[in-house]
Design a protein around this ligand. Sequence first.
Ligand SMILES: Cc1ncc(COP(=O)(O)O)c(C=O)c1O
Length: 410
Amino acid sequence: MSELRIRAKELDGADELAAKRVEFVLDSASDGASGSAGVYLDGNSLGALPAAVPARVADVVGRQWGELRIRSWTESGWWTAPERIGDRIAPLVGAAAGQIVVGDSTSVNVFKAVVGAVRLTRLADPGRDEIVVDATTFPTDGYIAESAARMTGCTLRPVTPDQVPGVLGERTAAVLLNHVDYRSGRLHDLPALTAAVHAAGARVVWDLCHSAGALPVDLDGHGVDLAVGCTYKYLNGGPGSPAYLYVREELQDRFDSPLPGWNSHAEPFGMRPDYEPAPGALRGRVGTPDILSMLALEAALDVWDGVSVGQVRAKSLALTDFFLECVTAYVPDGRVACLTPLAHAERGSQIALRCPDAGDVMRRLIERGVVGDFRHPDVLRFGFTPLYLGFADVERAARVLAEVLAADGD
Ligand SMILES: Cc1ncc(COP(=O)(O)O)c(C=O)c1O
């Protein structure tokens, strides 16, 4: 057995999160093309299924909907699910209760948050007319920021995150940033950038899609104004599970959502023609929540019982370090280039490797049971979810990658 395989075994033996793996539905050792278990490295796109979810969803459908029917809005807690589940997510992103509501997609929440941020800034300074956005952002954030700018009469200023401090000024109304870059896996400096935006008198919106559930965020501690994130990656909520919106407590009474719906009304069943926003984070709600997806997410969050984000972060860094070590040992020099920063302080929970034939390489990796994904034009993305991945998985993934690349070079 190679030295790295022995190390992997030792690291798995000492892993305090190892027992969490059985709480997920993953390939058994007899699955996979080569007779060994597949390695799922795409949890940064769609988290694996927590084993408790199917029975809970079956209960929601069969009993809550099938038998209780409309009574479930109160008796099964459907009506209050957005804020109740928001409070379950809150500790994972360093937020006290009462600041997060779950619902809608990330895209929709980006819209609420960016327009809301511009409106908040303009309460104190109506002349501000610039929205700064991460030029390297996931496309949806860029499209929505552009539309929000047009709607609010702002100019959009796309810049890379490191350029943000240099472009902030008295015209800045809002800044939309990603905590972790979806393509490179780079972790941006949320505390410093938040402080810079505040020093310029503007409001910041953070997209936490690639950090929530993978590393500490500490929204309250860093005074973040607004944040959004999805729940289907490291929170394992399922395909299309609802996203969330964080509005810092002290801003909630001034948060003016551009999507006021009856669910965020102070008196939703008053059916009044005039809109009066509900107090607190509830004003981030819009319409009828997607109960089936939302309650699947609620069940999925049970896997966090007894786990701290600090433990997850420590293991995530150990996994990505070990993956890089195995790639360096196995893959011929110069065949791939690492896009993800080596410094821990700048690394999320994924490793992005650049190689010219990345699409074809990923297709062959997937055929051999190593599932990551490909991002146009030349990026292999590997996501590391510490709750269900082990070091032997990581070693095997790097070994199969080297074999695929070697075959490719023949
Ligand atoms: C950083 C980021 N923002 C937004 C989105 C899009 O979210 P949704 O499709 O849930 O609206 C994604 C999806 O992967 C993402 O990675």
